[in-house]
Design a protein around this ligand. Structure first.
Ligand SMILES: Cc1ncc(COP(=O)(O)O)c(C=O)c1O
Length: 485
């Protein structure tokens, strides 16, 4: 859609950020002073007793006592009982500023009343799931298509992971080629074929426990930002041509892990050109960027048209069963449901996929984003977080790095995610650096700030200047107590 506004107010200089991140991992760690860390840990013992008790009980029934990967759970998981606007409350009555935002879907803020009301109305009339067609499926597909022109057809699915699986299966069916190229460090969910090169580029099958090697045979990894080197994307696509060709290249358009390793402004366009040159499809994984970067997704911001787009999170407005796939009509037709036989068909399914609840929640959330300009407001909040963090970091002379792409903010203190696998020290460094990041996450929580894994912050429309400034005061209290370098 033309004339759209995007949440990224300015493109942060990628080379500059990469240089700062590189510098951070080369320096010795700068953790919180030991006495201060002890104070933070004591805080949890005093202020979060009910959470602690619940977790001890949960350990008897749930592996590890916790089922979510994104929040840090050190020293123990906090049990949440209430979520509203920019805040979360735990069972002990502590209030937190919520920069986890459930991993990103709640761009309007927690439990946005206008959407909650519409979902409740639907629940009173219909049911969360019937297994039959509901008009909200159509309304949502039309609305997404109106904002994202590359989406000629849209199919709602159960999660981002499932939608990536569907994208890959459709790409392979359509092209009749096997290989899929992903960018090292990128996260595309946890399906067998995508647990490859996770977190740190170049790590290949290092985290692929329980996955037969055959599942990963068709997956290749390239380093972020590398198109033209002898090991870059173009060279890989050329090599793959001799092995039957590449079905698709899948990218997170801001860079791996939502831009934790940011890509340059022209990266996506260059990937598009390489795909065209070697006749591979381009899949944008917009699970986080749609509709955080804008209603047109990151593809609208970059003006790059992918063949397929994976949706998740915001597509169901923070309600369950959030996944979707959209793209070119000729490719998407491989996913036609029903019982028709005789055509090559990429099989997808899901009892709860495209249920009325998720579709209505997604539909009304996107309408509300449109009406309120939530992505722009959340983006301004992200700018305020990032600028504020940068001044605190500067004030205390720390090597930490803060940057943002609109409402997706990064705060690297230990740099564990930025380690270079080619560095012989990387493996020995990763344990202590991960521990430092966990400590940071705990200190943030003790100061009333919940982040994603101690290093990422999603902002939302409810994050007023007062909310952000209160959070910055919390970060200031932590960063004035850092061990000397
Ligand atoms: C870029 C990206 N793709 C895919 C996924 C997987 O989505 P889901 O958790 O809904 O399976 C995520 C989840 O965080 C993601 O960030």
């Amino acid at each position: 859609m033309s004339g759209q506004e995007y949440a990224i107010s300015h493109w942060p200089e990628t080379e500059e950020i990469l240089a700062k991140l590189d510098h951070l991992v080369k320096l010795p760690m700068r953790p919180i002073k030991r006495q201060q860390m002890t104070n933070y840990l004591e805080h949890f013992e005093k202020a979060c007793l009910q959470s602690k008790q619940l977790n001890e009980e949960a350990r008897k029934y749930i592996p590890g006592g916790v089922q979510h990967n994104l929040a840090f759970n050190y020293p123990f998981p906090i049990a949440i009982s209430k979520a509203q606007g920019p805040y979360l409350w735990d069972v002990d009555g502590n209030r937190y500023i919520d920069f986890l935002q459930a991993g990103g879907p709640t761009l309007l803020g927690n439990n946005y009343p206008a959407v909650q009301e519409k979902v409740s109305e639907l629940m009173r009339e219909c049911a969360p799931v019937t297994g039959l067609f509901h008009e909200y499926e159509l309304k949502l597909a039309k609305l997404i298509k109106s904002h994202v022109p590359s989406v000629e057809l849209f199919r709602m699915l159960g999660s981002g992971t499932e939608s990536v699986m569907a994208a890959i299966r459709a790409a392979r069916t359509f092209t009749d080629k096997a290989r899929i190229v992903k960018v090292g460090g990128a996260y595309h969910g946890w399906s067998d074929q995508m647990v490859y090169g996770l977190h740190i580029p170049g790590t290949g099958a290092m985290e692929a426990f329980g996955i037969p090697s055959g599942c990963l045979k068709g997956t290749d990894e390239v380093f972020p930002n590398d198109i033209d080197s002898p090991k870059g994307l173009r060279a890989l696509l050329e090599k793959n041509q001799k092995k039957g060709g590449t079905a698709a290249v899948i990218v997170e358009p801001l860079g791996p892990e939502s831009g934790t390793r940011p890509v340059t402004r022209d990266y996506n366009q260059r990937v598009r050109e390489a795909c065209d040159e070697f006749d591979a499809l381009l899949i944008f994984d917009e699970v986080v960027t749609g509709f955080r970067v804008g209603l047109g997704g990151a593809q609208g911001y970059f003006s790059v048209k992918p063949d397929l787009t994976v949706f998740g999170k915001c597509v169901a407005g923070g309600y369950p069963a959030a996944g979707g796939l959209g793209g070119r009509r000729d490719i998407m037709e491989c996913l036609s449901a029903g019982l028709e036989t005789g055509k090559p068909r990429a099989y997808v399914g899901g009892t709860l996929s495209a249920n009325p609840l998720s579709c209505a929640a997604g539909y009304y959330s996107i309408l509300e984003i449109e009406k309120t300009n939530a992505h722009i407001k959340a983006g301004r909040a992200g700018d305020r977080v990032s600028n504020g963090l940068q001044s605190i970091i500067e004030r205390y002379g720390l090597p930490y790095v803060a940057f943002n792409h609109g409402s997706i903010c990064h705060l690297e203190t230990s740099g564990v995610m930025l380690l270079d696998i080619m560095d012989p020290n990387a493996l020995t460094e990763s344990g202590p650096r991960k521990q430092m990041m966990e400590e940071m996450g705990a200190a943030f929580t003790a100061e009333g700030i919940i982040t994603l894994a101690g290093s990422r912050l999603y902002t939302n429309m409810a994050d007023t200047e007062e909310v952000i400034d209160a959070a910055l005061q919390g970060f200031d209290r932590i960063f004035r107590n850092i061990e000397n370098g």
